[in-house]
Design a protein around this ligand. Structure first.
Ligand SMILES: [Zn+2]
Ligand SMILES: [Zn+2]
Length: 517
């Protein structure tokens, strides 16, 4: 399991909170790590036994989350055996030693993470499902909706990743890739009615041999479509145009012309962005279309969807009380069990939180980056993606962030960078482990593109976990070196020396990469 394999990894994950007030999202995340994630230390006997021994709804909820994590861990240990039944309900009830109610709630969460699904009937049980990007796309859309990210921010991130993919493809393709690219172009040219213009983008990313790049390209392609009404999806004229552009991109890749491939990809994406900008994209649609609640029309999911829509339409009033459990059961005309299941799903997505006791009820919370991190981490683990691959994507994203910072820096940005450096320099050696990546997060924040910021933070966190899970905590770079390099990077940025800043950042990322290897 990707999640904190050791207390060290866990500490590393919340480093940002030690960095000060800059990161609203990180503070939220840290809150949630302490308040709602007993699952941060999966299967911890203290958590499970402690919760089981106490009666009360809050503890039952935590217990369900913790059992869900144990189920996922157990499936991970078995190597994600797709299609296999890992146990019938009675077997699993016995294995995990919990009540049927808690177990079913845990299963709902596992289903929601798209790891396994309960199959009823003879020979039924908990079946491992194929990996899917849906849960990642859900988490990303909830977050982007909340922070108000616009479609042009998604495109800017796509440009960064897909230009890199086009540029890397020529030197990395093998004969199977060549055949696949040729076949795809031929299929698009023939006007196959079932063609999906995203296939080419996926295929070019796959040609780089970097599954992390493939994952994020696919993810952002999907997220782009979430901003659009169905009617704005490509018609046959647009598909013909994109087929021509795709053919030109593939020709450049097959010719081994990296610069041309990159340039053609850029032009193609810019044309697509211009087209889609004219089709009334709206971040509001992230809330309409989000699969934050499953596609099945079960009662609990329908209720979760209603609550989600209500929160979104109210402008996401963080801290607002939506009602007591009794109020909500009446309002949505559902049983307690159904409401609790709905709440569990929404808590998983960091939309609401149920507080027990006097003055309690269902409250709107601030979605953190943690839900996205969790979903990406799970996917990365299932796909067996290596830290090196994550790092390559991180490098691309961070260089784009740097360019953006240099192009748009204002006084406020300067102040934030200076402050981040001061905090690093003032940190004690023990604290440095916690704030040592902060400059990267602050740069991403100052860059002002919420999608790039999300990617930066998630990539840093997921690669830290992945490295820790694979090899124990990796040796960090010596603290003084990092402080020095960070300072030199910031100096070049403040001096508006783009070439030098880029050079220093590139060197720094290469040095970090050596720690990942
Ligand atoms: Zn295309
Ligand atoms: Zn650094």
């Amino acid at each position: 399991m990707v999640r904190a394999a050791s207390p060290g990894a866990f500490r590393g994950d919340v480093y940002s909170d030690a960095g000060g007030e800059r990161h609203r999202d990180d503070r939220t995340v840290a809150d949630q790590v302490t308040e709602t994630s007993p699952n941060s230390l999966p299967g911890s006997p203290a958590t499970v036994a402690g919760a089981a021994g106490v009666r009360g709804r809050g503890n039952e909820a935590k217990l369900a989350a913790s059992i869900a994590d144990r189920i996922v861990d157990d499936i991970a240990r078995r190597g994600w055996p797709e299609g296999e039944v890992v146990g019938s309900e009675p077997e699993l009830l016995e294995r995990y030693g919990v009540s049927r109610a808690v177990f079913r709630e845990a299963v709902r969460l596992v289903e929601h993470k798209q790891v396994a699904r309960m199959r009823r009937g003879p020979g039924g049980g908990l079946v491992v499902t194929p990996p899917s990007l849906d849960s990642v796309a859900d988490a990303v859309s909830v977050y982007l909706f909340y922070v108000g990210a616009e479609i042009d921010e998604v495109f800017e991130a796509r440009l960064a990743l897909e230009e890199t993919a086009a540029e890397l493809a020529p030197s990395r393709m093998d004969e199977a890739d060549i055949e696949a690219l040729r076949e795809l172009v031929a299929r698009e040219h023939a006007g196959n009615p079932r063609r999906d213009h995203r296939d080419l983008h996926r295929r070019v990313a796959a040609t780089t041999g970097n599954p992390a790049l493939e994952l994020f390209v696919e993810l952002l392609n999907r997220v782009t479509l979430l901003y659009l009404p169905r009617s704005a999806h490509f018609g046959s004229k647009e598909l013909d145009q994109s087929a021509r552009a795709h053919r030109a991109i593939v020709a450049a890749i097959l010719d081994g012309d990296e610069a041309l491939a990159r340039n053609r990809m850029r032009k193609h994406l810019q044309a697509e962005a211009a087209y889609l900008q004219g089709r009334r994209p709206s971040r509001q649609r992230l809330a309409d279309l989000t699969k934050a609640v499953d596609r099945t029309d079960k009662r609990a999911e329908a209720t979760a969807r209603q609550i989600f829509t209500e929160v979104a339409e109210a402008g996401w009033p963080v801290g607002m009380l939506l009602g007591s459990e009794a109020d909500l059961m009446a309002r949505y005309d559902v049983s307690r069990a159904v409401l609790r299941e709905a709440v569990r799903v929404l808590e998983h997505h960091q939309v609401v939180r149920m507080r027990r006791g006097p003055g309690g009820g269902l409250f709107v919370i601030e979605p953190g980056i943690e839900a996205v991190t969790e979903a990406v981490a799970l996917h990365v683990d299932r796909r067996g993606i290596a830290p090196l691959h994550l790092f390559e994507v991180r490098g691309t994203v961070e260089m784009t962030v740097l360019d953006r910072v240099i192009a748009t820096l204002d006084d406020d940005g300067r102040a934030q960078l200076t402050e981040a450096l001061a905090a690093e320099q003032a940190a004690s050696p023990e604290d440095f482990a916690l704030v040592g990546h902060d400059l990267h997060n602050v740069l991403a924040h100052v860059a002002g593109n919420r999608v790039l910021e999300l990617l930066t933070v998630v990539l840093i966190r997921v690669s830290q976990r992945r490295s820790a899970a694979l090899a124990g905590t990796p040796d960090p770079l010596p603290t003084q070196d990092v402080i020095h390099v960070h300072q030199r990077i910031v100096e070049a940025i403040l001096a508006d020396d783009a070439s030098l800043a880029r050079h220093r950042m590139r060197r720094h990322l290469v040095a970090l990469l050596d720690c990942v290897r």
